[in-house]
Write a protein that binds this ligand. Structure first.
Ligand code: DGJ
Length: 330
């Protein structure tokens, strides 16, 4: 009798171990913010502080590949439906040359990629910190590729018009002009620079947006208004988001308040903004993307993607445990 009980217990234990190790289902039809998200190979998606690019019918997700804390380059994933992501490998690897600005030991954060139809090149900008200097260098790095998934060729880095440049995003306006929005002056200033026609450099059209000590900028446009969501500056710890609005990217920018609603709204649902993606083929459908950082294991930081709603014509973001594209029809 005892042997049967022992055998049953062992079997139950074995089944539980197997279940715990089973890969997540590879196909999904909804967003589950804050849960672990897996790619087509059953691996954790490792693309933090990222941004999306819609190109020729496909979404591409570029982000920071992280180890437990190390910055390991820029990864890229592709998807047709924004739920199921195929690992496309590394868009930009760390350089094996110890003299390189992108050698191991430095940081590559918040990559964003845009397509230049004039040069037919994909252009990546990111926040670059030089090896072994912590966050001192505060530079924008630029890389370029003929192919959306890369590999991207690293070009150079600089401080736009001499300004420190840390957290950043890129934005391409309807007329094809592109802009770099970045935290400057030890993050006390948020600035915007128009890019050159080839998108590879900053022009001298460079303006202070506001000096509210903000980072993690994410921008979108609706009804000729530009909306900008930012975070405060508390390292990896979450803080309160704010929303600004303007009729011109060069301002003036008006502070509206915190667009988050519901439990944990005052801490951006334990997250930090990174990008806002318009959903193709749907009017006024935008996805707010944020990172829930896990500083003890950065690669296991989670993704919080939530739909942007409009209440009294103002953007509002509410927490949802699970949601899908039917939200846009409502
Ligand atoms: C906040 C920034 O938004 C992140 O990208 C990262 O640089 C952390 N600070 C590091 O503490």
């Amino acid at each position: 009798m005892k042997i049967i009980q022992l055998a049953t217990a062992a079997l139950i234990l074995w089944v539980n171990v197997c279940l715990a190790q089973a890969p997540e289902p590879k196909s999904t039809a909804s967003f589950k913010p804050g849960e672990r998200w897996y790619d087509n190979k059953g691996e954790l998606i490792n693309a933090h502080g990222g941004g999306l690019l819609f190109d020729k019918g496909m979404y591409y997700w570029f982000g920071e590949k992280r180890g437990q804390s190390a910055s390991q380059g820029i990864s890229v994933y592709s998807s047709t439906d924004l739920h199921n992501w195929k690992a496309e490998g590394m868009a930009l690897e760390k350089s094996a040359d110890p003299q390189s600005e992108i050698a191991v030991g430095g940081l590559m954060e918040r990559p964003k990629v845009i397509y230049n139809p004039k040069t037919k090149k994909y252009v990546m900008w990111f926040h670059l910190e030089l090896p072994r200097q912590g966050y001192k260098a505060a530079r924008a790095g630029v890389a370029v590729s003929d192919k959306v998934t890369g590999p991207y060729t690293y070009l150079n880095s600089f401080r736009p018009n001499g300004h420190m440049s840390r957290d950043m995003t890129l934005y391409v306006d309807d007329d094809g002009s592109a802009y770099h929005i970045y935290s400057a002056r030890e993050n006390y200033d948020l600035r915007i620079t128009k890019l050159t026609d080839d998108y590879l450099s900053a022009t001298t059209q460079d303006t202070l947006m506001f000096s509210n000590h903000r980072e993690a900028p994410a921008v979108f446009k609706k009804d000729k208004q530009y909306y900008l969501i930012t975070s405060g500056c508390t390292g990896w710890a979450p803080n309160q988001a704010s929303l600004h609005v303007a009729t011109s990217l060069f301002g003036p920018w008006k502070l509206i308040g915190d667009p988050m609603k519901g439990p944990m709204a005052d801490k951006t649902f334990d997250g930090q903004s990174t990008y806002i993606q318009p959903v193709q083929g749907k009017k006024d459908a935008f996805i707010f993307m944020a990172d829930r950082w896990n500083p003890k294991d950065l690669k296991d930081s989670r993704y919080l993607w939530l739909p942007i709603k409009f209440e009294n014509a103002q953007p509002v973001i509410e927490w949802m445990d699970e949601w899908d594209s039917t939200v846009w029809a409502k």
